[in-house]
Design a protein. Structure first.
Length: 244
């Protein structure tokens, strides 16, 4: 910064000048980028990917910086900009959800079995149906998985490289969006679950919450789902037409 020493004026150095005297053209480009990004997210019913936004911004603009500036702008408002697995969406501020919930269509409540299965998939993914049953100690009906898939919260990830090549299951971006999570690492840990009263105080001493995988990359023991796999699972009719 500029200083006055012994009665003499010392101008700012070059670094300070670079901060104070920003390129007006760059500032205009950034303001326009913010407006474009805001419009793209606002106009979409689904979370919008950063790549989609970046392709529509002026050349040379840092999309991550723009989105985080926009997120800060909306932080104190009734609508917040949330990041969901490298995608962005406007959502009602969490502390105001009570004000709009009455007018929303009531969502069908999940059964206890469905909630248990969803929690296991979220924390243990990639996980097979047999592994889910081993954790729960009871058989898991196909109807329970169907409910979670119809809700759009669970998907087939791949096939495990073990005898029988069982299908592996994981959560979706819609799951993160619905529960207000930016990524799987934001799932509540052991202390948070205890504090919310979701875990008994008499849990085993060696009990721990697994750290979920981040990203959609296949695990080392997974193969990708192919069209033949989908036909075998009854998700595609022979020839590639999706069942309704």
């Amino acid at each position: 910064m500029a200083e006055v020493r012994d009665g003499e004026f010392f101008p700012e150095d070059e670094a300070d000048q670079a901060v104070v005297e920003r390129d007006p053209m760059l500032e205009r480009a950034e303001r326009e980028a913010i407006r474009i990004a805001e419009a793209l997210v606002f106009a979409s019913a689904e979370p919008v990917s950063e790549n989609f936004i970046a392709d529509r911004l002026p050349r040379g603009i840092d999309v991550k910086a723009i989105m985080h500036r926009l997120k800060e702008d909306y932080a104190p408002r009734g609508v917040n900009l949330l990041q969901v697995d490298e995608h962005w969406a406007f959502r009602t501020a969490a502390d105001l959800s009570f004000a709009v919930r009455k007018d929303e269509t009531e969502v069908k409540k999940l059964s206890r079995a469905a909630l248990e299965v969803l929690a296991i998939i979220a924390y243990h993914q990639p996980v097979t149906r047999a592994e889910i049953e081993d954790i729960r100690g009871v058989q898991t009906s196909k109807g329970t998985l169907d409910v979670l898939m119809e809700a759009g919260w669970v998907r087939f990830r791949g096939r495990r490289r073990t005898p029988g090549r069982p299908v592996t299951l994981g959560t979706t971006r819609d799951f993160l969006d619905h529960f207000g999570l930016e990524e799987l690492r934001d799932l509540p840990g052991l202390d948070e679950l205890k504090g919310a009263g979701l875990l008994s105080g008499r849990i085993p001493a060696n009990f721990n919450i697994p750290l979920p995988m981040t990203g959609d990359e296949l695990a080392e023991d997974e193969d990708p789902i192919t069209q033949l796999d989908l036909e075998e699972l009854g998700l595609l009719t022979p020839g590639g037409e999706a069942d309704e």
